[in-house]
Design a protein around this ligand. Sequence first.
Ligand code: ADP
Ligand code: MG
Length: 698
Amino acid sequence: MALDTSIEFLKTVGVERAKLIKNTLGIVTVEDLLTFYPIKYVDKSRVFKISELKPQSLEIELQFRGRITEIQELPYGKGKKRLTAKFWDDTGTIELVWFRYSKWLLDQIPLHREVFIFGKVNLFNGVFSMPHPEIETDEKKAVSGTLLPVYSGSEKLTKRGINNKFFQKIIFNLLQNHLDELIQENLPENLLKSLSLMPRAESFLNIHFPKNHALMKEAERRIKFEEAFFFQLGYGLKKQHHKATVVGSPFPLVGHHFNDFYQNHLPFELTNAQKRVLKEIRSDMKKPIQMNRLLQGDVGSGKTMVALLSMLLAMDNGYQSCMMAPTEILAQQHFNGISELLKDTDIEVRLLTGSTKTSQRKEIHETLTSGALPILIGTHAVLEDVVQFKNLGLAIIDEQHRFGVAQRAKLWAKNKIPPHILVMTATPIPRTLAMSFYSDLDVSIIDELPLGRKPIITAHRKDSYRLSVYQFAKEELNKGRQVYFVYPLIEESETLDYRNLIEGMEHITDYFKNYTAVMLHGKMKPDEKEAAMQKFASGKAQIMVATTVIEVGVNVPNASIMVIESAERFGLSQLHQLRGRVGRGSEQSFCILMSSDKLSADSRKRLKTMCETNDGFRISEVDMQLRGPGDILGTQQSGVVDFKKLSLTEDSSIIKTSKYLVELLMKSDPKLEHPAHCQLRDYYQKQYRGKNKWGRIS
Ligand code: ADP
Ligand code: MG
């Protein structure tokens, strides 16, 4: 018997059943069967006394020993009958009741002799009663030495006799007769000891047939740890391999460009978080190993400045940099902002997007290949093959969730020695998810906002309050502030949404007569968009009516009100991104979430969360609870976090521990050569070779 033996060779399974089980549950091998973990357990290991019944014991199934008497049929409802009986032991009585029953059942019920009954007890009109009890006369069959597993079956299988008992039996037989030959320990002894983890074989026994609840929990902890550990190990080994094989350009110098800017042109003091992150980046880029770093920082935390300072470091070491943004608006804005910051230096920056004119484009290409241009900012246009650098040392990707892996790979190829890569994101993802999903990137986190920002006040208003919301916006406009109105534009209902946007715009121009409103949406031409943005950014327009194109990056500090229409249709991270467009200046900012009167439970939870907190990480946790980790990462990547027992929402401490331990291991024995680690290596190679789910990022 081996783990990869097909289950058709197991006694009592056979070809036909094996096929059925494969098609409905995807179980093919003995290993699949052993890791077909129970979804819950029933406890027939104890016999309870009726006197032990308490209102709080009502939710679980319990077993009693006693006698059944006084069976009778009683009419209830419209011409229906139910069957009741009395059950008693030497401590009390309860009622048994059947709402569906046949003559056959009636005859089967053993009266006046000792039986075992099993089921959930209700408290009904002050009387304890057990509906549809399981009845067993044989003590050996009734009282089991363990909790009994319940597996997720299917109706189709049950009809063919492949029910829970069937799975219990074949799994029990496997464990009884073949456990030692099938299951070997795969974690090092000292690790088991220090974490008091249950040995592997024992954990299989106890996950299927635990003697008690505590042992089941221990088995579960061991299995979860193992899942987390090998997942981290996969990333750890990959990262190790990367560091050993992929060279990068070392940037040892902090030179004139960095120092001059830092000392003479920095418009504000960096936050401590910005300083720390910059140190992390610098220490990476000093080494002759290519950097792959993720910079996570909530909206408005000042990632752009970190990006610029990193580019100046590259320049001091004789290398060029590029920074890529997902939209024209954003690239343009980065370009404007960075040009402004560098205006008193002699550092040249250029912008390359889809709408760059041919003549300029040519010039940019030339200055890039000659090495005259140190910093390029752009959109996807940067990735085109015609764009070649003399010596690209650093590539920065803003809002990385908008870019795919393939696009990142293209950046690699832009230089003989691959450039250092810094990806930035303002879409916080839960820490556990980041730790697992981004395990092959080093992560830096800016967890502090620049001083003096006032937390945004968020409120939820039903549509019926629209006039008072408009009134409030008017008051803020009168104080000299600016306002965003955002409308959803979701593809399936695009024409309808588009009409809502246009109607909204008409409404708003009508109501806010003394002010100028501009509109911004995805169907506009780049120069129209740019013009609208300019008008709003310069303050010539005070109101912007837009779709989610303004979601990322747009920076107008004087805008202090964000009204989000049909907010119930947005996801949490999107709402958070949108809200990040205000609260960028020193004035108190507001975000108003408009919704219809009727809301689903999930929508209500989303809006409530937004009103309660500004913390992007908190929000992402709720988002993960509502949608599950797969949805947060997108379907394309959800397989990466496909665990059997481990939960990314509940097991963060296990994930942290396993990550920490893998990091230690990678430092002490990166090739797993130590004799104590050979089981680890063997298991990893057998299990994961060829499956390489980790060959994913850059
Ligand atoms: P994000 O991290 O969302 O990309 P930005 O880089 O756009 O944030 O920064 C948001 C705003 O905060 C910008 O106007 C920027 O100039 C300003 N800013 C950045 N760092 C600081 C700081 N240390 N002190 C004050 N303002 C800062
Ligand atoms: Mg940004």
